[in-house]
Design a binder for this molecule. Structure first.
Ligand code: AMP
Length: 214
Protein backbone atom coordinates (compact mmCIF):
# COMPACT_ATOMS: atom_id res chain seq x y z
CA UNK A 1 0.00 0.00 0.00
CA UNK A 2 1.53 3.31 -1.11
CA UNK A 3 -0.64 6.19 -0.02
CA UNK A 4 -0.56 9.95 0.37
CA UNK A 5 -2.82 11.52 3.01
CA UNK A 6 -3.66 15.02 1.83
CA UNK A 7 -5.60 17.71 3.63
CA UNK A 8 -5.36 20.86 5.68
CA UNK A 9 -3.62 20.94 9.03
CA UNK A 10 -5.96 19.54 11.67
CA UNK A 11 -7.83 17.29 9.24
CA UNK A 12 -6.86 14.16 11.21
CA UNK A 13 -4.27 12.78 8.79
CA UNK A 14 -1.75 11.98 11.52
CA UNK A 15 -4.24 10.24 13.82
CA UNK A 16 -5.50 8.01 11.01
CA UNK A 17 -2.10 7.41 9.39
CA UNK A 18 -0.51 6.27 12.66
CA UNK A 19 -3.26 3.72 13.28
CA UNK A 20 -3.52 2.38 9.70
CA UNK A 21 0.27 2.17 9.30
CA UNK A 22 0.41 0.02 12.45
CA UNK A 23 -2.40 -2.17 11.13
CA UNK A 24 -0.78 -2.64 7.72
CA UNK A 25 2.81 -2.90 8.97
CA UNK A 26 4.07 -0.04 6.78
CA UNK A 27 5.92 3.09 7.93
CA UNK A 28 3.98 6.26 8.68
CA UNK A 29 6.14 8.96 7.14
CA UNK A 30 5.14 12.37 8.47
CA UNK A 31 7.40 15.23 7.47
CA UNK A 32 6.01 17.37 10.33
CA UNK A 33 7.00 14.68 12.90
CA UNK A 34 10.43 14.26 11.28
CA UNK A 35 11.03 18.01 11.45
CA UNK A 36 9.84 18.24 15.06
CA UNK A 37 12.25 15.42 15.97
CA UNK A 38 15.08 17.34 14.27
CA UNK A 39 14.07 20.49 16.19
CA UNK A 40 14.03 18.57 19.50
CA UNK A 41 17.45 17.05 18.74
CA UNK A 42 18.87 20.49 17.85
CA UNK A 43 20.35 19.32 14.52
CA UNK A 44 21.25 21.87 11.80
CA UNK A 45 18.12 20.77 9.90
CA UNK A 46 16.04 21.32 13.05
CA UNK A 47 17.50 24.78 13.64
CA UNK A 48 16.74 25.82 10.06
CA UNK A 49 13.25 24.27 10.01
CA UNK A 50 12.18 25.86 13.27
CA UNK A 51 12.37 29.39 11.91
CA UNK A 52 9.68 28.46 9.36
CA UNK A 53 7.58 26.15 11.52
CA UNK A 54 7.06 28.51 14.44
CA UNK A 55 5.51 31.11 12.15
CA UNK A 56 3.33 28.64 10.25
CA UNK A 57 5.31 28.87 7.00
CA UNK A 58 6.48 25.94 4.90
CA UNK A 59 10.05 24.71 5.15
CA UNK A 60 11.79 25.22 1.74
CA UNK A 61 11.08 22.53 -0.87
CA UNK A 62 14.71 21.50 -1.38
CA UNK A 63 15.13 20.72 2.33
CA UNK A 64 11.96 18.62 2.47
CA UNK A 65 12.65 16.85 -0.82
CA UNK A 66 16.08 15.78 0.42
CA UNK A 67 14.59 14.56 3.70
CA UNK A 68 11.89 12.49 2.03
CA UNK A 69 14.33 11.15 -0.59
CA UNK A 70 16.49 9.70 2.17
CA UNK A 71 13.49 8.32 4.04
CA UNK A 72 11.83 6.58 1.09
CA UNK A 73 15.10 4.88 0.18
CA UNK A 74 15.24 3.11 3.55
CA UNK A 75 14.46 -0.61 3.48
CA UNK A 76 11.32 -0.42 5.61
CA UNK A 77 9.61 1.73 2.94
CA UNK A 78 10.09 -0.90 0.24
CA UNK A 79 6.82 -2.70 0.96
CA UNK A 80 4.68 0.44 1.18
CA UNK A 81 4.16 3.61 3.21
CA UNK A 82 1.71 6.27 4.23
CA UNK A 83 2.93 9.79 3.48
CA UNK A 84 1.38 12.35 5.82
CA UNK A 85 2.01 16.04 5.24
CA UNK A 86 4.03 15.48 2.06
CA UNK A 87 3.76 16.59 -0.70
CA UNK A 88 2.54 20.07 0.20
CA UNK A 89 3.51 22.05 -2.93
CA UNK A 90 3.59 21.39 -6.67
CA UNK A 91 7.43 21.14 -6.75
CA UNK A 92 7.23 18.56 -3.93
CA UNK A 93 4.65 16.54 -5.89
CA UNK A 94 6.92 16.67 -8.96
CA UNK A 95 9.86 15.50 -6.86
CA UNK A 96 7.77 12.66 -5.42
CA UNK A 97 6.82 11.44 -8.91
CA UNK A 98 10.47 11.45 -9.96
CA UNK A 99 11.58 9.67 -6.80
CA UNK A 100 8.94 6.96 -7.08
CA UNK A 101 9.77 6.32 -10.71
CA UNK A 102 13.46 6.03 -9.76
CA UNK A 103 12.42 3.46 -7.16
CA UNK A 104 10.26 1.69 -9.75
CA UNK A 105 6.98 2.04 -7.83
CA UNK A 106 3.76 4.06 -8.10
CA UNK A 107 1.22 5.58 -5.69
CA UNK A 108 -1.93 3.56 -5.11
CA UNK A 109 -4.15 6.38 -3.83
CA UNK A 110 -4.18 9.95 -2.58
CA UNK A 111 -6.72 10.26 0.23
CA UNK A 112 -8.13 13.75 0.76
CA UNK A 113 -9.54 14.54 4.22
CA UNK A 114 -12.51 16.87 3.79
CA UNK A 115 -13.05 19.08 6.87
CA UNK A 116 -14.66 22.55 7.17
CA UNK A 117 -12.56 25.54 8.20
CA UNK A 118 -14.52 26.17 11.44
CA UNK A 119 -13.92 22.59 12.51
CA UNK A 120 -10.20 22.84 11.68
CA UNK A 121 -9.84 25.92 13.87
CA UNK A 122 -11.62 24.22 16.79
CA UNK A 123 -9.49 21.13 16.41
CA UNK A 124 -6.09 22.77 16.05
CA UNK A 125 -6.41 25.27 18.86
CA UNK A 126 -7.57 22.49 21.25
CA UNK A 127 -4.92 20.05 20.15
CA UNK A 128 -2.29 18.83 22.60
CA UNK A 129 0.61 16.59 21.63
CA UNK A 130 3.08 14.36 23.33
CA UNK A 131 6.63 15.62 22.71
CA UNK A 132 7.95 12.11 23.44
CA UNK A 133 5.85 9.65 21.39
CA UNK A 134 3.98 12.16 19.13
CA UNK A 135 0.51 10.94 20.22
CA UNK A 136 -2.12 13.65 19.79
CA UNK A 137 -5.14 14.55 21.92
CA UNK A 138 -7.82 17.22 22.03
CA UNK A 139 -8.92 18.99 25.20
CA UNK A 140 -12.61 18.43 24.31
CA UNK A 141 -12.92 15.78 21.57
CA UNK A 142 -10.21 13.31 22.59
CA UNK A 143 -8.90 14.11 26.06
CA UNK A 144 -6.24 11.93 27.70
CA UNK A 145 -7.34 9.82 30.70
CA UNK A 146 -5.33 12.02 33.04
CA UNK A 147 -5.42 15.75 32.36
CA UNK A 148 -2.29 16.89 30.51
CA UNK A 149 -0.59 13.46 30.59
CA UNK A 150 0.02 11.15 27.62
CA UNK A 151 -1.96 7.87 27.93
CA UNK A 152 0.67 6.00 26.00
CA UNK A 153 3.96 7.05 27.57
CA UNK A 154 3.11 9.22 30.59
CA UNK A 155 4.88 12.39 29.37
CA UNK A 156 3.45 15.87 29.97
CA UNK A 157 1.43 17.04 26.96
CA UNK A 158 2.19 20.34 25.22
CA UNK A 159 0.41 22.72 22.90
CA UNK A 160 2.51 23.01 19.77
CA UNK A 161 3.82 26.54 19.21
CA UNK A 162 2.18 26.50 15.78
CA UNK A 163 -1.24 25.44 17.15
CA UNK A 164 -1.85 28.92 18.62
CA UNK A 165 -4.71 30.72 16.88
CA UNK A 166 -2.82 33.34 14.85
CA UNK A 167 -0.38 30.74 13.55
CA UNK A 168 -3.20 28.29 12.81
CA UNK A 169 -4.87 30.92 10.57
CA UNK A 170 -1.59 31.44 8.77
CA UNK A 171 -1.15 27.68 8.24
CA UNK A 172 -4.68 27.42 6.81
CA UNK A 173 -3.88 30.22 4.34
CA UNK A 174 -0.64 28.53 3.35
CA UNK A 175 -2.60 25.31 2.79
CA UNK A 176 -5.18 27.04 0.58
CA UNK A 177 -2.53 28.76 -1.52
CA UNK A 178 0.18 26.13 -1.84
CA UNK A 179 -1.27 22.70 -1.05
CA UNK A 180 -4.90 22.77 -2.23
CA UNK A 181 -3.80 22.99 -5.92
CA UNK A 182 -2.49 19.42 -5.55
CA UNK A 183 -6.09 18.17 -5.38
CA UNK A 184 -6.68 19.04 -9.02
CA UNK A 185 -3.45 17.40 -10.07
CA UNK A 186 -4.16 14.11 -8.32
CA UNK A 187 -7.79 14.19 -9.49
CA UNK A 188 -6.56 14.44 -13.08
CA UNK A 189 -4.17 11.54 -12.44
CA UNK A 190 -7.17 9.48 -11.26
CA UNK A 191 -5.58 8.92 -7.86
CA UNK A 192 -7.73 11.13 -5.62
CA UNK A 193 -10.34 9.78 -3.19
CA UNK A 194 -12.14 12.06 -0.73
CA UNK A 195 -13.24 10.96 2.72
CA UNK A 196 -15.43 12.97 5.09
CA UNK A 197 -12.97 13.93 7.80
CA UNK A 198 -15.60 15.01 10.38
CA UNK A 199 -17.20 12.57 12.79
CA UNK A 200 -15.97 9.72 14.94
CA UNK A 201 -12.35 8.57 14.56
CA UNK A 202 -13.54 4.95 14.02
CA UNK A 203 -16.02 5.94 11.32
CA UNK A 204 -13.35 7.88 9.42
CA UNK A 205 -10.95 4.95 9.83
CA UNK A 206 -13.56 2.68 8.20
CA UNK A 207 -14.17 5.17 5.39
CA UNK A 208 -10.45 5.29 4.55
CA UNK A 209 -10.15 1.49 4.51
CA UNK A 210 -13.10 1.33 2.15
CA UNK A 211 -11.72 4.13 -0.05
CA UNK A 212 -8.39 2.33 -0.54
CA UNK A 213 -9.94 -1.13 -0.82
CA UNK A 214 -8.25 -2.51 2.31
P1 AMP B 1 2.45 19.28 10.26
O1 AMP B 1 2.73 18.57 11.53
O2 AMP B 1 2.34 18.34 9.08
O3 AMP B 1 1.30 20.24 10.34
O4 AMP B 1 3.77 20.15 9.94
C1 AMP B 1 4.21 21.16 10.83
C2 AMP B 1 5.08 22.17 10.10
O5 AMP B 1 6.23 21.50 9.55
C3 AMP B 1 4.43 22.86 8.91
O6 AMP B 1 3.64 23.97 9.30
C4 AMP B 1 5.66 23.27 8.11
O7 AMP B 1 6.32 24.37 8.67
C5 AMP B 1 6.57 22.06 8.29
N1 AMP B 1 6.34 21.03 7.26
C6 AMP B 1 5.85 19.77 7.43
N2 AMP B 1 5.77 19.11 6.26
C7 AMP B 1 6.20 19.98 5.31
C8 AMP B 1 6.33 19.90 3.91
N3 AMP B 1 5.99 18.81 3.23
N4 AMP B 1 6.79 21.01 3.27
C9 AMP B 1 7.15 22.13 3.91
N5 AMP B 1 7.03 22.27 5.25
C10 AMP B 1 6.57 21.21 5.95
Amino acid sequence: MRLVFLGPPGAGKGTQARELAREWGVPHIATGDMLREAVAAGTPLGREARTYMDRGALVPDDVIIRLIGERLRQPDAKGGFILDGFPRTIPQADALSRLLSELGVTLDRVVFFDVSEGELLRRLTGRRSCPQCQATYHVVFNPPKRDGICDRCGSALLQREDDREATVRKRLNVYAEQTAPLLERYRKDGLLTSVAGEGKIDTIHGAIRKAVGA
